[in-house]
Ligand binder design. Sequence first.
Ligand code: PMP
Length: 404
Amino acid sequence: MISTKILRPSVSIFGIAKTCSMSSRAPPKALLQDMVVPPRQLFGPGPSNMADSIAETQSKNLLGHLHPEFVQIMGDVRLGLQYIFKTENKYTFAVSGTGHSGMECAMVNLLEPGDKFLVVEIGLWGQRAADLANRMGIEVKKISAPHGKAVPVEDIQKAIAEYKPNLVFVCQGDSSTGVAQPLETIGDACREHGALFLVDTVASLGGTPFDADALKVDCVYSATQKVLNAPPGLAPISFSDRAIEKIRNRKQRVASFYFDALELGNYWGCDGELKRYHHTAPISTVYALRAALSAIAKEGIDESIQRHKDNAQVLYAALKNHGLEPFVEDEKLRLPCLTTVKVPERIDWKDVAGKMLINGVEIAGGLGATVGKIWRIGTFGINSNKTKIENVVELLSKSINETR
Ligand code: PMP
């Protein structure tokens, strides 16, 4: 093979000419241009728009990830996460990664070979948890609801009593269907039958009621890019004392170093021991999360939840005015911060979403089994606003009419 390398003189930092081997490869032309980021109103299932107070953290200077000022910021984040999860759990921190990293962290720590895993499946996210467990060689049993519906909690209690799983997974707000799965009494059934209770709140935290301690949840994870209005990149997570006890008594070490909850807990200052280097935290994203939690603290978590509920009513009313129907028929089972809307007959969802995007507004189509059947409208955090919501539905209706 002929080498493409040529010899060229170059100057070292000391000014002494030397000869080095350099590649003749031209730089990508695209990178010689400035990056184009058009303005966009993000009313899809996430990411949502960043609030100004969060966006401005992204240009702050970096600190070292073990500097005392950064350690203080991490401590503030832990307090904020305990506040929004409503928990006293010591092991409350954020995994460096998107929502999936929260799911993977929970599962690699809480499951070990020989364990049984019960998945409550109301859409794509239950399937994803089951898929992950399959990859880990864990036995999985699924209890499912038709899309657009939740699994009755009595059926979940029965399945726990019969199957006797070690871990039960429930997605509180399934973003593929827009269903909010009721969680009450599941934690009690888990305690009674020796199971741990794991909840995905990626699409629901801050937008619908959640109380980790009152619900007896053993592990809950979320993400930053939905109600929190921060950039994607961190997965808030919390482990109960029961969960930590199970992790400490594992027969086998956690297979992942990066997701090891005890190592991460030490790095985030959860165990009171001297902090060890674990990884380099995404400093700027932690700043963003700190600002997001500060915004929720100033509004109040219950007030944030109520606002999402009230503005969901605004959305339902606007849809009705324009002859559109929510996909989830039972209003009590609708996720207030993410509404799924039936695509009317003979309308191409993609054409409509495309027209909206040209106008700077994103809404999404379905996901998994709901593709082609629904649109998904996220009204997360600052986008849960009456005027903005009415404008989005107005544009949706106009775009539908233009494609008829
Ligand atoms: N769970 C739910 C309910 C979600 O909606 C999502 C993201 N849409 C995830 C998990 C995965 O999160 P991420 O895309 O941030 O990895």
